[in-house]
Design a protein around this ligand. Structure first.
Ligand code: GLC
Length: 743
C-alpha cells in the first residue's frame, strides 16, 4: 500500500503505510496553528551549509565542519527549515562526513527547536550524488537523453536517488527540464535536449526514478524540477540573460516537460533565475502562480534559485530595496527562499507581515506545502537511515549501470569505410585533451560546482586511453602522454594505423560556463589538422557538453563518435565502442549546428528552409536531430497505419517493421514524426510524437507498435488553448509517410 492522502476539513492528514513501515500521522494544519510567525518564516528559509559551518562564507574550513554556535543561531533564532549544498566554494565530502553533519543538524534541531519540525537538506545530485566522495558519477542528462531509453534513465535516477538519500540528503535539485534550444548556453549538458516530446518522456522517467512510488522509502528523494521556465533560451546564449518567449511558445515548448513531471508527481520546483519578456520569473505571479499552479496544477513546493530574491534588486533592478524584493517574490507565489548566505529574508518577511503588507495566511499556504513535502518524505519519523542499508553506494552494480548508460548514449555520427570498430591487430594512437582525463568526461557538478578541480578526479585507470589499453593491450595503444611537443606527437602518431583524437571543452556551468564562440577551440582544430597530414584515418571522440562547431574538423575525420559528458565510466564505454565490444546506439537529442550562427532546430518552420537562392535547402545542420549510426545496418521495411481518420476518443495504431540487414546485433531507435501541413499557427516541418527502441540480431526483423490519440497532435493556439485542430496530419517514419485525417 502506498501513500494515501486523507484531506479532512481540519487540514491534511497523511496516512503513509508502506509494507511493514507504519509512519505516524502528521496533522499539518494543526502543526501550523501552533507555529509562531518566526517559525513559519523559518520553514520558508533555506541556508547554505556555509552559514552553519566553520570558516567564512565561500571559504570554509576543509573538510567542512559544523560550527555549533552558528548552528544554534540558525535553529534557535531563525528556526530554519532547510539547508543546502556542500558549502559554497567547497568540494565533495565523504559519505561518513555527510552523515555526521546531517545527524548533528537533526540532533541540534531536536534539542533546540520548540516543535521539532525536521530540517530538510537539499543537494544538487546532478549526475549521481556528485558531492559525495566515492559515489557513482553517471552520464550528464544530455547523454541520458541520447539513449532514448526511458527505462534505463529511470534506473539511473533511481540509483542517483539511492546514493543521495544515503548521505541524509532527501531533496535533490534535479532534474533539469529546461529545453536546450540555444547551443551556446552553458547548461545545455544539464538538459534532456531540444525536443519537447523526448524531454517530456525523460522528465517522467526521472521523477519516477527519483521519487519512486513512495518518497519516504530510504532509497528515494523529493525531486525538484528546474528551472521553471524558459531558462535555457536566453537571447544572447549567456546564462541568466533575458529570454523573450511569448506566452504561446512558453506553453508550446518550455512548459510540457514540467507538465509531464507534475503529472508524475514532482514534489518541488526551482524557479528560473532569469527574466522572461522583461519580467524576472521570481517576481512574476502570472508564471509562478498563474501558469505553474492554476494552469498546470502544480501543488508542490516552489523554491527560489540561489540568491534570487536579492537578484531582483541587484541584477534585475525591479525592486527598490531587499524588503521590496521579498514582498514581490512572496506575492508572486514563492514558497521558500534559497537565501542562502544570510537571514535578511527572515527579518524582512517578518516586518512585511507585521506591517500588514503580506498576510500570515499567505505564509501558511507556503508552510503547508513545505510540511507536506517533509511528511511525504517521512522526515517526521526518520531523518536519516542507517548506513548499513546502503550496500550499493558506489558499488560495482551502480558503476556498471553508469557504464551501460554511457555506452547507450554514445552516438556514432560518421563512420566512413567502417573505420570503426578497430580491426584486429590495428594499432591506435590516442591523443587530445580528453584522452587522459576524468574531469573532462564528467563536466561541471562533479565533486565541485564547476567540476574543474582535478584533485578529485585521480582515478586515471579509467580514462579513454587507459581503457583502450585495458582492452587492446599496451602494444596496440600508443598515446601522447610522453610527447613533449607537436613534433614528437606526430612522430608517435605515424607509428599507428588509426588515430583517435579525444576532443573536449573545459568543464563549466552557469555564468562561469559562458562562452563567446561555439567553434571548437582553435588548439584542438589545429591538432586535428596537423594529424590529418599523416594520411591515417582519424576518429574524433567528442566529449562536449554542448555541440561545438566541428564543420571543418569533421572533414578531416573518417569517424566521429559523440560522447557528450559520459561520466566516470565514460572512458570504459568509449573504448568498448571503439574496439567493437559494444555497438553504438545513441541518437542526437538536439540539432547539431553546422556553423556558429545557425541555431535552427529540426522542428523549425518552412520559412526557415528558404535558402538565398529561394530553394528549400537552408536547413543544413551538421547532423540532424535523432541522427546516429550503428556498426550494423537497419532498414525500415513497412509502416502500416490502422485507419485514415482520428476523432475524439479514437486511436490509430502504427506498425513499423524494421530489419537488421547487417552482420552484427544492434539497437535501433525508431522515431515517429508528424507534420501538420496547415494549422492556425505556423506549423513545424516535423515534430517527434513517439519513439521506441528495438534490438535485433543480424538478419532478423521486428515490428514496433505505436498507438496515437487525437490529443497527441494538439497544438497551443492563439488563445493559448491546447487543441488538436481538424485536418490532415502526415505521419512519418524514416522514408515512409502516411496521412490521417483529424476530425
Ligand atoms: C545554482 C543553480 C541551480 C542549483 C542551485 C543550488 O545557482 O542554478 O541549478 O540547484 O544553485 O546549488
Amino acid at each position: 500500500m502506498n501513500l494515501k492522502f486523507l484531506s479532512l476539513n481540519i487540514g491534511v492528514m497523511l496516512l503513509s503505510v508502506e509494507a511493514g513501515a507504519q509512519q505516524r500521522f502528521v496533522d499539518v494544519d494543526a502543526l501550523i496553528a501552533r507555529m509562531s510567525l518566526e517559525e513559519k518564516i523559518g520553514q520558508m528559509t533555506q541556508i547554505d551549509l556555509g552559514v552553519i559551518a566553520r570558516g567564512s562564507i565561500c571559504n570554509l574550513e576543509k573538510p567542512q565542519n559544523l560550527d555549533s554556535q552558528k548552528l544554534t543561531t540558525a535553529i534557535s533564532m531563525y528556526h530554519i527549515g532547510s539547508v543546502l549544498n556542500v558549502g559554497c566554494g567547497s568540494g565533495a565530502m565523504s559519505l561518513e562526513r555527510w552523515r555526521s553533519i546531517v545527524r548533528q543538524i537533526h540532533r541540534e534541531n531536536q534539542r533546540l527547536s520548540r516543535l521539532n519540525i525536521p530540517i530538510i537538506y537539499g543537494i544538487d545530485a546532478i549526475h549521481g550524488a556528485n558531492y559525495t566522495l566515492g559515489s557513482t558519477l553517471f552520464p550528464q542528462q544530455i547523454g541520458l537523453a541520447a539513449t532514448w531509453d526511458t527505462a534505463l534513465v529511470r534506473k539511473v535516477f533511481a540509483a542517483s536517488a539511492y546514493e543521495t538519500r544515503a548521505a541524509g540528503t532527501p531533496w535533490n535539485f534535479s532534474p533539469v527540464l529546461d529545453l536546450a534550444r540555444q547551443p551556446l548556453w552553458s547548461r545545455f549538458f544539464e538538459t534532456f535536449g531540444a525536443d519537447v516530446h523526448l524531454s517530456s518522456s525523460m522528465a517522467t522517467a526521472a521523477i519516477k526514478g527519483l521519487q519512486g512510488d513512495n518518497p519516504a522509502s530510504p532509497y528515494h528523494v523529493a525531486a525538484c524540477m528546474k528551472h521553471f521556465l524558459g531558462y535555457g533560451f536566453p537571447l544572447s546564449g549567456k546564462d541568466r540573460t533575458p529570454a523573450w518567449i511569448p506566452d504561446r511558445e512558453l506553453r508550446a515548448y518550455f512548459a510540457p516537460p514540467f507538465q509531464a513531471a507534475i503529472k508524475q508527481g514532482a514534489m518541488s520546483v526551482m524557479i528560473n533565475s532569469g527574466a522572461i519578456n522583461g519580467i524576472p520569473v521570481h517576481a512574476n505571479a502570472d508564471i509562478m502562480s498563474g501558469l505553474l499552479r492554476r494552469e498546470m496544477g502544480f501543488e508542490g513546493v516552489a523554491i527560489s534559485d540561489w540568491e534570487d530574491i536579492q537578484k531582483l534588486l541587484n541584477v534585475h533592478h525591479v525592486a527598490a530595496d531587499l524588503k521590496d524584493a521579498v514582498r514581490m517574490s512572496i506575492e508572486a507565489g514563492l514558497d521558500m527562499s534559497m537565501t542562502p548566505n544570510d537571514f535578511a529574508f527572515c527579518d524582512l518577511l517578518a516586518e512585511l507581515v507585521r506591517e500588514g503588507r503580506i498576510s500570515e495566511r499567505r505564509l501558511d499556504s507556503s508552510v503547508r506545502r513545505i510540511l507536506i513535502m517533509k511528511a511525504r518524505l517521512g522526515l517526521f519519523d526518520t531523518t536519516i537511515f542507517g548506513d548499513e542499508i546502503y550496500p550499493d553506494f558506489g558499488s560495482e552494480k551502480h558503476k556498471n549501470l553508469s557504464f551501460e548508460a554511457a555506452a547507450a548514449s554514445l552516438t556514432l555520427l560518421k563512420n566512413n569505410a567502417d573505420v570503426l570498430p578497430l580491426k584486429n591487430k590495428e594499432r591506435v594512437f590516442v591523443c587530445g585533451p580528453a584522452a587522459h582525463s576524468m574531469h573532462l568526461l564528467n563536466g561541471a557538478w562533479s565533486r565541485t560546482w564547476q567540476g574543474n578541480d582535478t584533485s578529485f578526479h585521480h582515478d586515471n585507470r579509467k580514462t579513454i586511453a587507459a581503457s583502450l589499453r585495458n582492452y587492446l593491450g599496451p602494444e596496440r595503444v600508443l598515446d601522447d602522454a610522453a610527447c613533449a611537443d607537436r613534433k614528437s606527437l606526430l612522430r608517435m602518431a605515424a607509428k599507428s594505423d588509426k588515430i583517435v583524437v579525444c576532443l573536449a571543452e573545459d568543464p563549466g556551468t552557469e555564468i562561469p560556463g559562458n562562452i563567446d564562440d561555439l567553434n571548437l577551440p582553435r588548439a584542438q582544430q589545429e591538432l586535428v589538422t596537423a594529424l590529418s597530414k599523416l594520411g591515417k584515418p582519424i576518429i574524433l571522440v567528442c566529449c562536449f557538453g554542448r555541440p561545438r562547431i566541428i564543420h571543418e574538423t569533421a572533414k578531416q575525420a573518417e569517424g566521429i563518435l559523440y560522447a557528450y559528458l559520459p561520466g566516470d565510466e565514460g572512458g570504459r564505454a568509449i573504448a568498448a565502442c571503439i574496439t567493437g565490444r559494444i555497438n553504438p546506439s545513441g541518437r542526437l537529442p538536439f540539432t547539431y549546428p553546422r556553423t556558429a550562427n545557425e541555431f535552427v532546430n529540426y522542428d523549425h518552420t518552412a520559412s526557415e528552409e528558404i535558402h538565398t537562392d529561394f530553394s528549400n535547402t537552408a536547413y543544413r545542420p551538421e547532423f540532424d536531430f535523432g541522427a546516429g549510426l550503428s556498426y550494423t545496418r537497419f532498414r525500415c521495411d513497412t509502416m502500416v497505419v490502422s485507419q485514415e481518420a482520428l476523432g475524439d476518443g479514437d486511436s490509430v495504431e502504427v506498425r513499423v517493421q524494421i530489419s537488421n540487414t547487417g552482420n552484427k546485433s544492434g539497437t535501433e531507435t525508431v522515431q515517429l514524426y508528424y507534420r501538420d501541413p496547415v494549422a492556425s499557427i505556423t506549423p513545424a516541418v516535423k515534430k517527434l510524437i513517439a519513439f521506441r527502441k528495438i534490438s535485433l540480431e543480424p538478419q532478423t526483423r521486428g515490428t514496433l507498435r505505436f498507438v496515437l490519440y487525437k490529443e497527441d497532435f494538439a497544438l497551443v493556439n492563439r488563445n493559448l488553448k491546447k487543441i488538436a485542430e481538424p485536418g490532415i496530419i502526415t505521419l512519418q517514419v524514416d522514408r515512409f509517410k502516411h496521412d490521417i485525417n483529424i476530425h
